[in-house]
Design a protein around this ligand. Structure first.
Ligand code: GRF
Length: 212
């Protein structure tokens, strides 16, 4: 199925670019209906325009409450016919009504191997901790920050001479692969959410359909 996708961003939008490139090159069956930034002037908006995708700025500072901001996002996404929401470097926490509306249809990318290092500056947290391997996680969003059923993860080594910045770049390159892969699996109807042995919701990735 073609994913009717809305992408929320706050910054440079390299993950957005990876999605747009994959769609253009036929590696991802998705229609990016709208790109919304909560930050005016975010470079990702320019990337969207270049790709001919509609853009919107919905600045959270212009709303009296978190709830009002969430409602504005919901309304804009629905107006554009969005069914799945990709959080591609979107630096606001979404809860409550938003996750009711897009339950199990909101997908986030986080630059750590969750559940390690949730929150901001995850790459630096991992680097400062002295981990030998780091990575990224694509997951469905649940109300607790950076939690929810994991769809895919990719691992990178921490190398001699790394700084948190070189590690960040190595992880970012893998984010681009992981995000597109996860969205492709969803578009192929291969991602199921089920209750795992501990009662936690987890995903099961079905094998690709065999073409006749
Ligand atoms: C990525 O590392 C993402 O995981 C994090 O913010 C960064 C956004 O990068 N949440 P970009 O805007 O996609 O280039």
């Amino acid at each position: 199925m073609t994913l009717a996708l809305g992408v929320l961003i706050s910054g440079g939008g390299t993950n957005l670019q990876a999605i747009l490139d994959a769609v253009r090159e036929g590696r991802l069956d998705a229609d990016v209906k709208v790109v919304i930034s909560n930050v005016e002037g975010a470079f990702g908006l320019e990337r969207a325009r270049q790709a001919g995708v509609e853009t919107l700025v919905i600045n959270h500072r212009q709303f009296e409450s978190r709830e009002a901001f969430d409602e504005a996002l919901i309304a804009a996404l629905k107006e554009h016919g969005v069914e799945y929401v990709a959080l591609a470097g979107f630096m606001r926490v979404l809860r409550g009504r938003f996750l009711e509306e897009f339950r199990d249809r909101t997908i986030n990318i986080h630059p750590s191997l969750l559940p390690a290092f949730p929150g901001v500056d995850a790459q630096k947290q991992a680097f400062d901790y002295g981990v030998r391997f780091a990575g990224c996680t694509v997951h469905f969003v649940e109300p607790t920050v950076d939690s929810g059923p994991i769809i895919t993860q990719r691992v990178v080594p921490v190398l001699e001479g790394d700084t948190s910045e070189t590690l960040r770049q190595r992880i970012l390159a893998e984010e681009h692969v992981a995000f597109v892969e996860a969205l492709r699996w969803i578009s192929e109807g291969r991602v199921q959410i089920e209750v795992g042995p501990s009662g936690r919701r987890v995903t099961r990735i079905l094998p690709p359909a065999v073409s006749e």
